[in-house]
Design a protein around this ligand. Structure first.
Ligand SMILES: NC(=O)c1ccc[n+]([C@@H]2O[C@H](COP(=O)([O-])OP(=O)(O)OC[C@H]3O[C@@H](n4cnc5c(N)ncnc54)[C@H](OP(=O)(O)O)[C@@H]3O)[C@@H](O)[C@H]2O)c1
Length: 264
């Protein structure tokens, strides 16, 4: 089943920077109106102004911290009430590098709140209008870390495993109702992700990195083709396929040789 080639109105979470911002830019350039969600009002307003001027699209800004139940509820409400939204991109997400036992528990619970709880609640809210109208789709942004139990990034990798498993199972449930679910697993992408995560990726060779725009274009092509799982970038597809052949216990000890506790 193919999703609509040009969505009429897309909600993008985490649209203030990186991959989410790039989704907003590419979609607006293709004629899609937008609802942009994140915490940074100034960044969202600036992006909205640029996209209105450059592409003549209608762009709404919804400032919300998706980890705060009352603010998340406002975003859910918009999805319940606005049946024109025919694409939801659950992109907001982050990780923290560090030893699970030593990081403040709130940092781990925050990742679960944003990467899992908010994504699940917003998916449910979007389906309340998409399923009865038999139109639209949802793109959930996971990570190649979903396939790699990663020491010192354990909670983040686990949240992304949830996103993949949930999305694939849901796509099977919902496909007979005319709604498309696509889960995207980017690898190393040049955004603010690594600095926010306190994760030093400087040793990673240049060929593994993608731009946010390349990730977005591959993701939208996969979504348009009705693909349920998209791993953007050939190096990421090869690594994911090869690591998938290894027993999990061997895989985690191999990854453990390359991951280090952060200094300091
Ligand atoms: N970059 C990579 O290497 C990479 C690899 C694999 C997967 N990913 C995934 O790609 C997605 C986008 O990340 P990115 O690389 O574009 O990183 P980014 O540049 O740091 O962007 C993250 C976005 O999420 C928003 N966000 C974070 N916490 C939020 C919260 N509590 N409530 C609302 N919005 C929140 C941020 O906005 P505010 O700060 O304004 O709220 C920002 O717009 C994430 O799900 C990430 O896990 C990234």
């Amino acid at each position: 089943m193919a999703a609509p080639a040009t969505p009429a109105l897309a909600m993008v979470t985490g649209a203030s920077s990186g991959i989410g911002k790039s989704f907003a830019e590419v979609l607006a350039s293709r004629g899609t109106d937008l609802v942009l969600v994140a915490r940074s009002r100034e960044r969202l307003e600036e992006l909205a102004t640029t996209l209105r001027e450059r592409h003549g699209r209608s762009v709404d800004v919804l400032v919300a911290d998706l980890e705060k139940p009352e603010e998340l509820a406002l975003v859910e409400q918009r999805l319940h009430e606005d049946a024109r939204i025919d694409l939801l991109i659950n992109n907001a997400g982050y990780g923290f590098a560090g030893s699970f036992a030593e990081l403040p528990l709130e940092r781990s619970l925050g990742q679960i709140g944003c990467n899992i709880t908010a994504l699940t609640r917003l998916t449910h809210a979007a389906l309340s209008t998409m399923k009865p109208s038999r139109r639209g789709g949802i793109m959930n942004i996971a990570s190649t870390a979903a396939f790699l139990p990663t020491p010192y990034f354990s909670v983040y990798a686990a949240t992304k495993s949830y996103v993949v498993t949930f999305s694939l199972a849901l796509s099977e449930e919902i496909k007979a109702h005319g709604v498309t679910i696509t889960v995207v697993c980017p690898g190393f992408t040049r955004t603010e992700f690594q600095s926010r995560a306190d994760y030093d990726a400087s040793a990673m060779p240049g060929f593994v990195w993608q731009s946010a725009e390349d990730v977005v274009k591959e993701s939208l092509a996969a979504y348009g083709a009705g693909q349920t799982l998209c791993v953007p970038g050939l190096p990421n597809r090869v690594t994911t396929a090869l690591t998938g052949l290894l027993p999990k216990s061997l895989l985690v000890s191999l990854i453990g040789r390359f991951t280090q506790p952060p200094k300091g």
